[in-house]
Design a protein around this ligand. Structure first.
Ligand code: GLN
Length: 494
């Protein structure tokens, strides 16, 4: 029999339902992999083997009693440490929230437990989800299970959901939650040969998710394949009165309607995504993706998104602006860390706690955000950025009058080595060049593994869909998945 930890969500759920193995056996197998990899990969901030076993026992008992097990019945998962989990430390990979144990459960995680999933642990990420490489985590960088041939140089698993992507690729979890503000599900998925979908803004509740940039933050599913992502996303999505931006719409049965047959569909290739200096291998995988979608029956046409060139600049005004406001709540009074120097007053406590509790990248964003929101510069930066954001959205709306989905590379390169790009924050921001536009427009988008580069590292393709058309995105993803037949897996060196 294949190793249980090589199985995905659907196979685990169905195997438990059929009695091929028990939920406890599954949890034990993944718990063992989590423990064995922790020192080398640092994918988890906290492992929760007991939670996984307890959930598994409950599923096995339900099966013995002949009860329904749920769409995620017996599937143990990893939870990005941005989701509040009752009784389990939730840090956003920050020092300021170190030791914070929520008394409540995020809506998304609660929905997953209700669907039968169990918790293997809280996954590492960039601090407050700010970053593209996981190097801003207070708990140290995640190390990708992938390596360049003949080299031990540790590579990034992407960010900010790098713990999630590394854990899936290394078979520590069959699936994990991610969040995506400007690309944090899609880029780590691309770097690790895994699959990740960010749904339409508002599909998943943000309640109980540590806020970064509220008008952009969106939870999503990360797993080995498109079907597993669809199953998991169905369990996560849905209206929540506790989130004012939650969409009050039914969650479609995406899994049932999955089809890689794209006859009658039109796929747009945005010409502005052919950015200068794009490596030939990225260009080539994109061409290959176009050929695959044609083979699946789609008509492929070129479209124009003329304001794409302003997307990164716009994002790096809006996201820090919202972050500076959201992070004002961490002041040493209500959550986590409190630094109270002898004889200090309230202001001193705020200053000491925040100076000590936030990492460099988080401070940089708070400073930029405070600046662009300041009275003298608000119109020049923030208001202007919001106007450009509207133009970017309109570009997509026009393109979607012509086509059903868009196909682009997910990231402008394969995974880089840790330490290779973190000197220059602007160079790091460029990683988001293909993912940020869909985030600004609130559109559903996913990354699917498409192949390996010359160094044997995974490359991903991105599909962007119309608002609420997760189905179209998943189906195009399935068409690529079937043709790419990506089966590469990192060697176990840890
Ligand atoms: N890399 C982007 C940033 O640093 C996106 C992060 C995210 O999507 N959370 O903001």
């Amino acid at each position: 029999m294949t190793d249980i930890t090589d199985l995905g969500v659907a196979a685990i759920r169905d195997g438990i339902a059929a009695g091929t193995f028990s939920a406890v056996e599954v949890a034990e197998a993944f718990n063992a992999n989590v423990a064995a990899a922790q020192d080398a990969l640092n994918a988890f901030i906290v492992a929760t083997p007991d939670h996984a076993i307890a959930a598994a026992k409950a599923i096995d008992a339900r099966r013995a009693a002949g009860e329904a097990l749920g769409p995620m019945g017996g599937v143990p998962i990893g939870m990005k440490d941005l989701f509040a989990t009752t009784g389990v430390q939730t840090t956003a990979a920050s020092h300021i929230l170190e030791g914070f144990v929520p008394q409540y459960e995020s809506t998304v995680s609660q929905k997953l437990w209700d669907a039968g999933a169990g918790l293997l642990g809280k996954l590492n990420l960039d601090q407050f989800a700010m970053g593209s490489s996981n190097e801003s985590s207070h708990f140290g960088s995640v190390v990708s299970p992938w390596r360049r041939p003949g080299s031990n140089a540790p590579l990034t698993a992407g960010g900010s959901s790098g713990g999630s992507s590394a854990a899936i690729a290394a078979r520590l979890v069959p699936a994990a939650t991610g969040t995506d503000t400007g690309g944090s599900i899609r880029q780590p998925a691309a770097y690790t040969g895994t699959t990740g979908i960010k749904p339409t803004y508002g599909r998943c509740s943000r309640w109980g998710v540590v806020a970064y940039a509220s008008s952009l933050d969106q939870a999503g599913a990360m797993a080995r394949d498109v079907t597993d992502c669809a199953i998991m996303l169905e369990s996560m999505a849905g209206f929540d009165p506790k989130d004012a931006t939650s969409l009050n719409l039914p969650v479609p049965d995406w899994t049932a309607a999955l089809s890689g047959d794209l006859k009658g569909k039109k796929v747009g290739i945005p010409k502005e995504y052919r950015v200068e200096g794009m490596p030939a291998e990225i260009e080539a995988i994109w061409e290959q993706g176009i050929a695959w979608l044609k083979d699946a029956g789609a008509e492929v046409v070129e479209v124009s998104l003329p304001h794409t060139q302003y997307a990164l600049a716009t994002y790096y005004i809006i996201a820090p602006a919202e972050a500076s406001s959201n992070l004002a709540r961490y002041d040493g009074v209500r959550y986590g860390l409190r630094d109270l120097p002898d004889g200090a007053g309230l202001q001193d406590m705020y200053a000491a706690t925040r100076a000590d509790g936030f990492g460099a990248e988080v401070k940089r964003r708070i400073l930029i955000g405070t600046y662009v929101l300041s009275a003298g510069f608000y119109d020049a930066y923030y208001t202007k950025a919001q106007k450009v954001r509207a133009l970017i959205s309109q570009d997509f709306a026009k393109a979607f009058e012509q086509v059903d989905v868009l196909l682009t590379p997910t990231a402008p390169s394969a995974a880089f080595a840790l330490g290779e790009s973190n000197e220059d924050p602007i160079a790091m921001y460029l990683n988001d060049v293909f993912t940020v536009p869909a985030s600004l427009a609130g559109l559903p988008a996913m990354s699917v593994p498409a192949g390996l580069d010359a160094q044997g590292l995974p490359l991903g393709l991105q599909i962007i869909g119309r608002p609420l058309d997760e189905q179209g995105v998943l189906n195009a993803g399935l068409a690529i998945e079937g043709r790419a037949a990506f089966a590469a897996k990192p060697e176990t060196w840890w």
